[in-house]
Design a protein around this ligand. Structure first.
Ligand SMILES: C[S@@+](CC[C@H](N)C(=O)[O-])C[C@H]1O[C@@H](n2cnc3c(N)ncnc32)[C@H](O)[C@@H]1O
Length: 376
């Protein structure tokens, strides 16, 4: 563990966490989120939009009791692996070695997502670019079939799938999502897929993991603190927040978890159930309602009001002054803002605001992330 002297009054332990490349991952913000949580007397924490589960992992390692939730099935699998595990990492070594040593084979993943090296060109005979080279999809086909055949317990299976996804993320031919693939094979796609035992740990508290729309989950639970990181707050220079569609970006991780050989469409061969018409979330909505209110901000307000927690930590990245002003009004209406942290994620510079409205002056600058601590 690394200790970061963030402020004079706090030394924060930053536990090591693990995850895939993910648009909106809060890896860089983690120390600041942990610092805000430490300011209040919280023991139970809801990570309502857990994604990579890095935030959940950190809270669980620090001894908090964690409820982790995300719409994405692969996030649930990661949560089961890291938050529900009761074994030492070494106890998984035999399983991981067994999976690594399987003879590669042709199968559904190779047919749809595997490509030949072609002297560096990832465009294949079918005219499509591919996310992995065929030597790795053949390993994927063999390993994924075996994980099913072994009939593992829920957590063992989650550990195997997490290990497989983390390994595939290391040899992909993408810019960090699966709505398009690179034209020329990335250097890492030539490497051989190699599974490792995930950095599992045994939590001191009974954590819980869910895969639900957050509005369906909140009537069922109660926590001291809720960490809210909706998609609305994501950032990616190449893709404005309004265009980030999580279900379509990471469709392949869903298919690997479900192992259901779904109907595919489009050049990236996405699952049909991740088409923009079917999938998506109110938090990804960038339109306004008939009264001119942003639908996403309206959803955030409803969530802050309904989430059964005394404190809320909310992540937000700059989406322009109009939404920021609306969000500021939402925060004021629904509690007391105890602290605001502003991070320039490009420069990696952090500032704590002197007064709570000050953040509105920073919002027009590029690459700004904000984290609010709210008492309801
Ligand atoms: C900004 S990302 C969270 C990133 C995460 N904090 C991390 O560090 O990896 C937003 C997440 O919200 C999830 N999501 C979108 N709409 C949701 C909903 N209605 N209920 C639950 N999760 C949702 C997406 O699947 C996505 O993983």
């Amino acid at each position: 563990m690394q200790t970061l002297p963030l402020f004079k009054d706090y030394d924060i332990e930053i536990p090591k966490t693990e995850g895939i490349k993910y648009t909106g991952s809060k890896l860089k913000l983690l120390p600041h989120i942990l610092k805000l949580a430490k300011k209040v007397e919280a023991h139970t924490i809801l990570d309502a939009f857990s994604g990579t589960t890095r935030v959940s992992q950190a809270f669980a390692k620090l001894g908090y009791q964690v409820i982790s939730n995300d719409l994405a099935i692969w996030s649930k699998v990661f949560g089961q692996c890291y938050l529900l595990n009761q074994k030492q990492p070494s106890e998984y070594q035999e399983l991981i070695d067994h999976l690594n040593n399987l003879p590669p084979k042709d199968g559904w993943f190779t047919e749809n997502y595997g490509g030949n090296p072609n002297h560096g060109c990832a465009i294949q005979a079918d005219g499509l670019k591919k996310p992995w080279q065929v030597h790795n999809t053949r390993k994927l086909d063999a390993i994924r079939e075996e994980i099913e055949t072994l009939q593992l317990s829920t957590v063992d299976k989650a550990v195997a799938l997490t290990s497989l996804i983390l390994a595939l993320d290391q040899v992909d031919n993408t810019l960090g999502h699966f709505v398009s693939y690179l034209k020329n094979w990335s250097p890492r796609s030539y490497k051989t897929l190699q599974l490792e035992v995930p950095n599992v740990f045994i939590s001191s508290k009974p954590n819980q993991v869910f895969c639900q729309d957050i509005f369906e989950l909140i009537p069922e639970i109660s926590v001291d603190l809720a960490y809210l990181d909706p998609p609305y707050g994501s950032n990616n220079e190449k893709m404005p927040p309004s265009r980030v569609r999580y279900a379509s970006y990471y469709h392949l991780w869903k298919t690997i978890c479900l192992y259901d050989q779904p109907h595919l469409f489009g050049k990236a061969k996405r699952r049909q159930d991740t088409s923009d018409k079917l999938a998506g979330s109110v938090f990804e909505e960038f339109r306004c309602n008939e009264n001119g209110r942003f639908l996403a901000v309206e959803a955030i307000e409803k969530l802050i009001q309904k989430v059964p927690a005394h404190w809320v930590i909310l992540s937000y990245s700059s989406g322009g002054r109009a939404t920021a002003e609306e969000l500021n009004a939402v925060l004021k209406r629904n509690g007391k803002v105890l602290d605001v942290i502003n991070l320039d994620y490009k420069k990696n510079v952090m500032a704590s605001m002197k007064w709570t409205n000050q953040w509105l002056q920073e919002v027009e600058k590029p690459n700004q992330e904000f984290v609010f601590l709210l008492e309801k």
